[in-house]
Write a protein that binds this ligand. Structure first.
Ligand SMILES: [Zn+2]
Length: 215
């Protein structure tokens, strides 16, 4: 892939460095890349009722992908999203779908962070595949901070009815196959709640694709 002018300029001032060992040159050096734990099969979860059809994760949420994803979230390095888009495309069984939709952030969080990391990865994948990018999910209620959630049941219930489609967009997803993108999955609750909204709007098939999955 030919780097864009803006990413070339960014590389000049902020050369990429390895999230694992800080070596300058790329976001993951070969030595750290070799430590990634790839998934070969779709992820199976024990959700009370599963609304998506498949969950595909590239790697386990461990060193050094955990470090790279944290860097993407907190250092606002959008070039990492391009790197991860390419990584997902090249390392996973990539389903051809009608639409690519990112898991949304609540507007409050979006303003704090300045961007939605899942949306940046989804956009990168859309550029790579020419599949339409359609950010039509919204998070209507903010999540409770992690520290206040006591147990698994709390975590599951915490997200119920927190997502919705942007009004008047139902027609765009009806009968469509959808690739739902997030950076990380753990319980799968967020993906499941998003899938529930999309299925209720008439989506035909939903495949969730995440960079990393961990418990
Ligand atoms: Zn390294």
């Amino acid at each position: 892939m030919r780097p864009s002018l803006s990413s070339t300029i960014l590389d000049f001032f902020f050369p990429p460095f390895c999230a694992g060992c800080k070596k300058i040159g790329s976001f993951l050096c070969q030595r750290c890349y070799d430590q990634l734990q790839f998934y070969t099969l779709p992820i199976r979860l024990s959700l009370p009722s599963q609304h998506f059809d498949h969950l595909i994760a590239a790697v386990e949420y461990t060193f050094p992908m955990r470090e790279l994803l944290q860097q993407l979230k907190y250092d606002c390095v959008r070039n990492i999203a391009d790197f991860l888009g390419e990584f997902l495309y090249n390392t996973t069984y990539f389903p051809l779908t009608d639409l690519i939709i990112p898991v949304p952030l609540h507007i409050q969080r979006l303003h704090q962070r300045g961007f939605n990391q899942a949306a940046e990865i989804a956009k990168a994948l859309s550029r790579q595949t020419n599949i339409s990018y359609l950010p039509i999910l919204q998070k209507t209620l903010p999540s409770m901070p992690q520290a206040q959630k006591n147990n698994r049941l709390d975590r599951l219930q915490n997200l119920e009815n927190h997502f919705a489609l942007i009004p008047e967009t139902q027609q765009f997803v009806r009968q469509k196959s959808i690739l739902l993108i997030d950076d990380v999955s753990t319980t799968g609750t967020t993906l499941n709640e998003c899938a529930k909204v999309l299925k209720a709007a008439g989506s035909r098939e939903i495949t969730c694709l995440v960079v990393a999955h961990g418990r």
